[in-house]
Design a protein around this ligand. Structure first.
Ligand SMILES: Cc1cc2nc3c(=O)[nH]c(=O)nc-3n(C[C@H](O)[C@H](O)[C@H](O)COP(=O)(O)OP(=O)(O)OC[C@H]3O[C@@H](n4cnc5c(N)ncnc54)[C@H](O)[C@@H]3O)c2cc1C
Length: 386
């Protein structure tokens, strides 16, 4: 397995449960971004978890994922999931909202229609809106997950099942007589029968694949808005918000209830797309994005919008953090065979924290049996290359 992120650790966990000699190659989160050269999309404390997802295939992945959480938390002893619910809002009835009743029926999932801002206020009076909104509320297990803790939980179960980890960057994957030869940045060489590339937005770099995945890599910036511990307690049950708002300089707000970060402080986190977002296929540009301070330019709009959404909250400080997502051309994850014994499991599309356990199960099944599990089809995960 190449990549110690959400998809890599989930896949490796499932593989290690039924096969020996499963190895993950992947570096830890860097302590100093300015000098690091490998990053990821999961260095954070909160991700939204919804269940009724963008399409039935994504919903199946969400359902499979949340169904696995209680067992994963129990087996690892690590808590990463909170079921405070999730609110989805749009300015008018969009394609997603139109799909909700049929999806809810298909998967037998509960939800509540929110006709307007007053309906939202009954669930979360802290939110303020400057326009008409409508949407749905999903109760727990929708809510939040902690992506760092989820990776640790997947790793704990993986290692319990006999899996091992090399904390290094893979720099080359080549065919050899009996399978594959993986070379790492420190010069280690590992022979493998099967290789799964789960490098997230970094999967196209470092000679990992003989093809170029058709993915669009995009910068992402979040604001961490600090609140007091007392305020965080008052907002402990705030549902996650996915808000399809469209403005000339930004769109698509997502935010999560305050959670505690490693510095001990409590932060409400919010993100969005901005007109100035960076789209790049260059590793040099991507590394410069994480290493540098360009993300600070995104603060004014983020701060303006979070203060509009929460007019009654006294924020103590604001800071931004850089991140990255990638979009596939199919808008589905790529979980496929590139060559016999060489697999890919990537393609975040912005939904692959909440569905990562399910994606890992699909990828492991493909490696072990050559088949996609019941409920999924090969066409759902077909890779597109450039
Ligand atoms: C700001 C932000 C907010 C988000 N919000 C949500 C949300 O609310 N809900 C949700 O579901 N999703 C969300 N996402 C998306 C989600 O975090 C990603 O889809 C998810 O992290 C993808 O998992 P991954 O394992 O594919 O990639 P990653 O988490 O990036 O992991 C890939 C790993 O591969 C490693 N790697 C890469 N190349 C190599 C190599 N050559 N050798 C060894 N290791 C390598 C990297 O170091 C990394 O650890 C968000 C993303 C961002 C950036």
């Amino acid at each position: 397995m190449i990549g110690k992120g959400l998809i890599g650790t989930a896949t490796a966990k499932y593989l290690a449960k039924s096969s020996d000699s499963v190895l993950i190659i992947g570096p830890d989160e860097p302590t100093d971004f300015s000098s690091a050269t490998m990053f990821a999309s999961h260095y954070d404390q909160a991700r939204a978890q919804r269940i009724i997802n963008f399409t039935p295939m994504w919903t199946q992945l969400s359902v499979d994922s949340v169904n696995a959480y209680p067992g994963l938390e129990a087996e690892s002893g690590i808590t990463f999931h909170n079921g405070a619910g999730c609110i989805y809002l749009a300015e008018s009835k969009d394609e997603y909202l139109a799909s909700v009743p049929a999806q809810a029926k298909q998967f037998n999932l509960p939800y509540q229609v929110l006709e307007n801002a007053s309906d939202v206020a009954k669930l979360a009076p802290e939110f303020a809106f400057d326009r008409e909104v409508q949407g749905i509320y999903e109760p727990g297990p929708a809510g939040t997950i902690n992506p760092r803790a989820l990776v640790q939980a997947q790793l704990a179960v993986f290692e319990k099942s006999g899996g091992s980890v090399i904390r290094d960057v893979a720099t080359d994957v080549s065919r050899n007589d009996s399978g594959w030869l993986v070379t790492t940045a420190t010069g280690e060489q590992i022979r493998a029968t099967n290789v799964v590339v789960a490098g997230g937005s970094f999967s196209n770099y470092h000679n990992l694949l003989p093809v170029t995945l058709d993915i669009l890599v995009k910068s992402e910036v979040v604001i961490l808005a600090q609140v007091s511990a007392e305020q965080a307690g008052a907002l402990a049950n705030l549902p996650s918000l996915l808000y399809e708002i469209h403005e000339p300089d930004f769109d698509g707000i997502y935010l999560m209830r305050p959670v505690q970060y490693p510095d001990g402080n409590w932060y409400l986190k919010m993100g969005m797309n901005q007109r100035i977002d960076l789209f790049t296929n260059s590793l040099t540009e991507l590394n410069a994005w994480f290493q540098g301070q360009a993300h600070a330019q995104y603060l004014p709009i983020l701060q303006r919008e979070i203060e509009k959404l929460f007019p009654t909250i006294n924020f103590l400080s604001f800071q931004t953090k850089p991140c990255v997502i990638s979009r596939t051309t199919t808008l589905n994850p790529y979980i496929d065979v590139i060559e016999p014994g060489l697999f890919v499991a990537t393609g975040c599309n912005g939904y692959s924290a909440m569905t990562s356990d399910g994606q890992g199960k699909v990828a492991a099944n493909l490696v072990l049996t050559g088949q996609y599990p019941a409920g999924y089809q090969a066409s759902d995960f077909m890779v597109v290359t450039k």
